[in-house]
Design a protein around this ligand. Structure first.
Ligand code: 16G
Ligand code: ZN
Length: 572
């Protein structure tokens, strides 16, 4: 039963801070300096319970994290019952509830949502449907207090709370997805807790490795160094490593690399001079706190909540090389398409494709279209947009933002294809190429965390592909050369004066802006001559910061820098 008195007391105890006019829902949820957040957490405890009720008792999730942002920040990401991001209509309800001025008004709004839930899912006794909320948190020092608030409020609503404690963002999404059976159950075992998660990952990864490859030939990939950004990812890799070690001891797989984690919580400040965001944006290797003599031939960096991953290495001359989300998209898509073609050379059965954002390096887009020969769709920045586009456009939809957040979505036609191929190839020899391809494709839907981007899952997928191909990072890096690029941001009085088309590739306001940007691009193309990819630039209002972002790429770094400064001038 809902205790309105208890809720009112809780809401009144954590009022909206005077310094803040309004809470807004960013690209991925609420994110603020931690001391501004208790108010939001109380109300989102109420909200998440209501969301579960509105779905007839399907389970939902709340993750307490500010991802790649600095330690003083915190926030929450909400997982809807399919495991993905919260439904857009409900974002608006979340914002109203967060901003209701008094406890009385909060409870009135709450009541509207209760009526909504009852209307959609009437119960015999006229009560609300059951409510289940999964809660997880990252390693920030203020996360436990915030978790306690959200849990208290959800319980006051009468919800069942499953507190997972310290987990990565993608683990929480994975639990929620499986709790509701939102994946074909005959392909993936439903185990929605931490050990189930590791088991699913480890077994499918091992299954993929068993289909070929030879680690002994690959001295540079025998040891994988993981930069945990001084956050949750480091702790979880360590736990995964224990299961991994068991596999190794059983001898069930010869191809396992040695995992070596660096940058644990407490080694240095979270996300500071290390982690995926730093490495990708600064194009610099991570600082290695408390680790010396580490081999830099095969490295990955996670972000603070382990939903992003990038790879990097140092070559013989000591030069740093980054393999970002674009490179991952290329590797993964080429691999999947090749395996599918081994079974279905005409590629009739399933439609594969990649979703990128305007930030994707032009060279990656050309490579995908011309060499991998796949479909490419450009969508708006932000996981909820690229995820939706992948789901909507393709049977096997790969998306990776350049920043390393991404995954692969397998639709019903893919599962049908695998089932039909299984029937057709029954009795063929294990070394038959189509048989190998089938076993590879079968392992993928479980190895990939299909709910959101997942650093651990993506890392294992990439490692397995490299292993099967016999590649090290330099072979992969050389598939194509990134066009030199430049990112910058401009602080403006009001970023909303700039608007863009749907996929942010062109500005639609102010009126003359796009024409001016186009002339700058044309002039640069003329200046550079040559037959490389065309220089490109775009601007967009940030979804997470009060600024306008500028991106430019050209065939030389100088060209990219010039184009970016011209675009910045136009925005000012
Ligand atoms: C958020 C998004 C990320 C996007 C970034 C853009 C999620 C989980 N995260 O971090 O995908 O790249 O925002 O930030 O959706 P911006 O709008 O400030 O450029
Ligand atoms: Zn993150």
């Amino acid at each position: 039963p809902i205790s309105n008195a208890e809720l009112a007391t809780l809401i009144d105890a954590y009022p909206k801070p005077a310094s803040l006019t309004e809470y807004s829902y960013g690209t991925a949820g609420f994110r603020y300096e931690a001391s501004l957040l208790p108010c939001v957490f109380v109300r989102m405890g109420i909200f998440s319970a209501l969301r579960s009720a509105s779905l007839g008792g399907e389970e939902v999730g709340v993750m307490i994290t500010a991802s790649h942002n600095p330690e003083p920040d915190n926030g929450m990401k909400l997982a809807d019952s399919h495991g993905g991001m919260l439904d857009a209509d409900w974002e608006a309800h979340a914002v109203s509830l967060a901003n209701a001025p008094t406890s009385k008004q909060t409870l009135v709004l709450m009541d509207t949502l209760i009526q909504h839930a009852k209307g959609h899912h009437p119960t015999k006794d006229g009560k609300l449907p059951k409510m289940v909320v999964h809660v997880g948190r990252d390693t920030r020092s203020h996360s436990p207090q915030l978790a306690a608030l959200v849990i208290r409020a959800a319980r006051a609503m009468g919800a069942t709370v499953i507190d997972h404690g310290l987990v990565s963002t993608p683990m929480l999404h994975h639990f929620v997805m499986h709790a509701n059976g939102h994946l074909l159950p005959n392909i993936i075992p439903q185990r929605c807790n931490e050990s189930g998660y590791y088991e699913i990952m480890a077994l499918s990864y091992a299954a993929l490795l068993r289909t070929g490859g030879n680690r002994e030939r690959l001295s540079t990939t025998s040891k994988l160094v993981i930069d945990g950004a001084c956050g949750i990812g480091a702790l979880k890799i360590e736990k995964f490593g224990q299961i991994f070690a068991m596999l190794q001891a059983e001898g069930s797989t010869k191809g396992l690399p040695l995992l070596h984690t660096v940058n644990y919580p407490g080694d240095g400040p979270l996300n500071d001079s290390c982690g995926a965001e730093y490495v990708q944006k600064q194009q610099l290797p991570p600082k290695l706190f408390k680790a010396s003599g580490v081999s830099k031939k095969y490295m990955t960096s996670f972000d603070g909540d382990a939903d992003r991953v990038v790879f990097h290495y140092e070559d013989e001359s000591g030069k740093f090389h980054l393999l970002d989300g674009d490179k991952i998209a290329v590797l993964v898509t080429a691999f999947i398409q090749e395996e599918i073609r081994c079974i279905d050379p005409e590629e009739q059965a399933v439609k594969c494709g990649v979703v990128q954002t305007a930030y994707a390096n032009g060279s990656s887009t050309l490579y995908l279209k011309n060499v991998v020969k796949t479909n490419v769709v450009i969508a708006k920045t932000g996981v909820k947009f690229v995820h939706a586009a992948a789901h909507h456009n393709f049977d096997v939809g790969v998306y990776f933002e350049a920043n390393g957040h991404g995954t692969v979505l397998f639709g019903p036609k893919f599962y049908d294809f695998v089932a039909a191929a299984g029937a057709r190839l029954r009795g063929t020899h294990r070394h038959d190429r189509a048989n190998i391809a089938l076993r590879r494709l079968r392992a993928l839907p479980a190895l990939v965390n299909q709910s959101v981007g997942d650093a651990m899952s993506d890392m294992l997928l990439v490692d397995a592909i490299l292993f099967l191909k016999g590649w090290d990072l330099s072979t992969w890096a050389k598939l194509y050369n990134d066009m030199p690029s430049k990112q910058a941001k401009v602080k403006v009085a009001d970023r909303t004066v700039i608007s863009t088309n749907d996929n942010e590739t062109a500005a639609t306001a102010p009126v003359s802006l796009q024409t001016a940007l186009q002339s700058a691009m044309d002039a640069m193309a003329l200046q550079e001559g040559g037959n490389g990819p065309k220089p490109r630039c775009f601007v967009r209002p940030s979804g997470t910061e009060d600024a306008v972002r500028v991106y430019a790429e050209a065939n030389s770094q100088r060209g990219a820098d010039t184009l970016a400064s011209e675009a910045m001038m136009l925005v000012h």
